[in-house]
Design a protein around this ligand. Structure first.
Ligand code: IMP
Length: 173
């Protein structure tokens, strides 16, 4: 993979913000159990840190979607590659995304989960890239709002690489 990367959000900034989000989520739900539904693959590191930042009863479930097919621009097609193993009826569900760009993925997932009867359905995303939005989506917990640049690291990939960077970086071809 040729191209250069430049740090946009450091490991320290991520850890501090994730701790804040975890505390905020716990404060809003009181002592009630919370179910994090992580959207694979990109959110695997974010959810691993977020789950440890929320004290008390927390479940973690996984959903798989493919929307980018290896390039740096959205195809607009959302494909479900892995569904939940358990029902979410009457649960406090937080969808956990790595990044919201056009909003198409999260819009699709919110509509899909709503019909399964959760008690509450919220959205947490590490990164929000609002410049490129095609559908309006409500984001309840946002780590960082970033400009319209392609980013990698901390779970986010380009052609399956760079997910292992402990920080978020801008990728320049
Ligand atoms: P959306 O459907 O356009 O909102 O895109 C959501 C998905 O596109 C994310 O879950 C990512 O997998 C991918 N994506 C969007 N922007 C980026 C980026 O800058 N870097 C890596 N993946 C991205």
């Amino acid at each position: 993979m040729t191209g250069s990367i430049r740090t946009l959000i450091s490991q320290e900034q991520i850890q501090a913000r994730v701790a804040e989000l975890g505390a905020q989520i716990r404060a809003e739900f009181g002592e009630e159990p919370v179910t994090l539904v992580a959207v694979l693959k990109g959110s695997f590191l974010f959810v691993a840190d977020l789950v440890r930042a929320i004290p008390g009863e927390v479940r973690v479930e996984f959903l798989g979607v493919a929307s980018y097919h290896g390039g740096t621009s959205s195809t607009g097609v959302v494909q479900l590659t892995l569904d939940l193993r358990h029902g979410i009826e009457d649960q406090n569900v937080i969808l956990v995304e790595d990044i919201v760009d056009t909003g198409l993925t999260i819009d699709y997932l919110v509509r899909m989960l709503k019909v399964r009867g959760p008690r509450a359905l919220r959205v947490a995303t590490l990164l929000d890239k609002p410049d490129n939005r095609e559908v309006e989506v409500e984001l309840d917990y946002v780590g960082f709002t970033i400009p319209d640049e392609f980013v990698v690291g901390y779970g986010l990939d380009l052609g399956e690489l760079y997910r292992n960077l402990p920080y978020v970086a801008v990728y320049a071809p």
